[in-house]
Design a protein around this ligand. Sequence first.
Ligand SMILES: Cc1cc2nc3c(=O)[nH]c(=O)nc-3n(C[C@H](O)[C@H](O)[C@H](O)COP(=O)(O)OP(=O)(O)OC[C@H]3O[C@@H](n4cnc5c(N)ncnc54)[C@H](O)[C@@H]3O)c2cc1C
Length: 802
Amino acid sequence: MQTTTRVAVIGGGVVGCSVLYHLTKLGWSDVLLLERSDLTSGSTWHAAGGFHTLNGDTNMAALQGYTIKLYRELEEITGMSCGLHHVGGVTLADNKDRFDMLVAERAKHRYMGLETEIITPEDIAKIAPITNTDGIIGGLYDPLDGHLDPSGTTHAYAKAARMGGATIETHVKVETTTQRPDGSWDVITNKGTIHAEHVVNAAGLWAREVGAMAGVYLPLHPMEHQYLVTEETPEIYERDEEHPHVMDPAGESYLRQEGRGLCIGFYEQPCRPWAVDGTPWDFGHELLPDDFDKIEDSIDFAFKRFPVLERAGVKSVIHGPFTFAPDGNPLVGPVPGLRNYWSACGVMAGFSQGGGVGLMLAQWMIEGETERDTFAMDVSRFGDWITPGYTRPKVIENYQRRFSVSYPNEELPAARPHRTTPMYDIFTKMGAVWGQQFGLEVANYFAQGDEPTFETPSFRRSDAFEATAREVTAVRSKAGINEVQNFGKFRISGAGARAWLDRIMAGRIPKAGRLSLTPMLSHKGRLIGDFTVSCTSEAEFYLTASYGSQSYHKRWFEQHAVDGVTVENISDALTGFQIAGPLSREILQACTRDDVTAMRFMDVRDMTVGQVACRVQRVSYTGDLGYEIYCNPMDQRQLWETLWAEGQPKGLTPFGMRAMMSLRLDKFFGSWLSEFSPDYTAAETGMDRFISFKKDVDFIGRTAAEAERETPPDRQLCAFEVDANDADVVAYEPVFIDGQVQGFCTSGGFAHHSAKSIALALIPREKVKEGLQVEIEILGEMRSAKLMTTPPFDADGARMRG
Ligand SMILES: Cc1cc2nc3c(=O)[nH]c(=O)nc-3n(C[C@H](O)[C@H](O)[C@H](O)COP(=O)(O)OP(=O)(O)OC[C@H]3O[C@@H](n4cnc5c(N)ncnc54)[C@H](O)[C@@H]3O)c2cc1C
């Protein structure tokens, strides 16, 4: 066995083999896969082999589309068969909300170029005749749905990788991994040690154990899963063509033809986590014992939906484990805190997602970044606060909700509250309706009187609408207060801090006492952060940005670490409040002996507020006059007492994230991962106005940003006033110009202050002209929309800067 390699991929399931193939495809041939048994010896061999494009996250859906199209390529390269059955599939909707969800998915697919179709119950009865369509109101047909041979496909990946120069060693078990001081790895196996520049953990069912060998906890958990294969069924074998897949979310089942019979699998409610304390090393090609009790209700439901099943005997039962992350998406990318250690695990749908996972990881390793925003599957989306105790209930919740309708305003309940600030009980008593970000409770809005303290999930305007309107009015007319716990925060210190920031950030780095806004660009000029930088002295700077992306940003900072600069993630070491609105200055002034009136827009000052030491920044995402007041979490309640005592008599009102996201629309402010994400560049989104081309620094992404200045990108972010009814834009709705899909929405909502439904959208640059009228498809209805060129609130910034 060879003793050195550029990359050691641990695990020969479908994911490890896909990673190996994509590494060779992108140009690295000195790559080695280690498999403790034979290929497919984890979840892979017993998969049902189904594939589909449907995924709530648009980028994941696109990668699933890539995966499905890849199989033909594999067959051509290798001459092997993946056993493809491109039979198409229909997802049923038995209620209005589910139908709304499918219609919204169809709309997204339009600009993604996926040819899905909304079909009627009559169409369903025609194409999938074994379906009892009673109670069905429609369905989403996807011609790309199908199934394949899991083992044949994995071996095809393996052969294609070998053809590209890769080596595969089976019956080699990795026993531990240790890092050398230069960042490379010793991979110690039962057959000797391999020195590898990079390690990829693609160990599937054993990914937790393999992660622990490097000292990391990867948040995933195996779940038991069962599907049945029936005896031959005349309704199936007498057909001229193969029966399509039918996903029946109401029955939590997926069904397809298997040979001359059927195969049906269930995501049952009484589901069971498997191997809670670790996956046994001697588990391999065995199955779990049949368990009909667990799926009894599901089977009863399936008999009604597909009556033919009641007559068809069961030929075999497949009951095996596979892994999930807390949100059901894979865990991919560089593991935060480790050099040259990559994750490719937690892939619960290896045959829908494995190709995309392999491609993204290979791009990341070889090119330094991926071609699209991979945050939905980035291993950094969970912080170091995550534990097995949190992961397990979340994974169970995810399994149970596999076929549930997912709503844009939905907050999932499992494992909550997990992290809270000192304000949690105070705000709860005041009616806070909580959401969560990155494990942390964040107030969405405050219910009053008899209003429910639970927001009903909906695709349309929800019962948060009135409360949000109230809070927006309070901010714009008097003042509002909310917490700043959900900003990611970093302290950058040391003699080289300014020089380092100048290189990392594309924008201007402020002088002492001042703030600036700056994009952070990748080497290819993609947006990887939008930061507020505050300078408290030449050797000390503070950054604020997205709370949920703090590990993502920290990983980038660590990858670009230099001597003499200390970067600390202080996201949870600093909290406090934001107060915003016309009376905010007066309220803050009443709480301090420092001169608040002397603070200009974008000033930062240390001051004592009441009895608490604070750092105050004059800036507000509400677009109004406002202040962010940061303090030690131990002091937060005391700070609250002061601000509330002074503010409440003047009309200070708590407001939540729903109001914040409405207020920002009045000013066309974009938000992180909606308008600003690695899918877009600075010039596409208008963030280029914050780039400092004047600074004499070769900041990361400069060449790409300069190229965009020379040749502006084809698309441009714009705001539209939408003639909406009871539903506003959420994200990814198609924009029709002259009857053709020519753009898509990045986010939107109802701007309560200006009483307008506003959408932000990317459209072709040459179409951006005063008076442009477009149509936006919202829940299947074409809504007319008009280009807005001036923000409806404080267009000249007089209030914000005044
Ligand atoms: C009943 C059932 C039905 C399913 N149906 C579908 C379906 O229809 N469609 C779909 O897309 N997905 C389906 N899945 C899920 C699918 O099986 C998984 O998504 C996929 O197999 C995950 O592949 P993997 O490569 O990540 O992990 P695994 O298949 O678990 O592979 C990991 C590999 O790593 C090896 N390994 C682990 N540790 C070491 C070590 N220390 N040294 C060397 N090698 C090691 C293991 O031996 C194993 O071969 C199903 C799963 C089950 C259980």
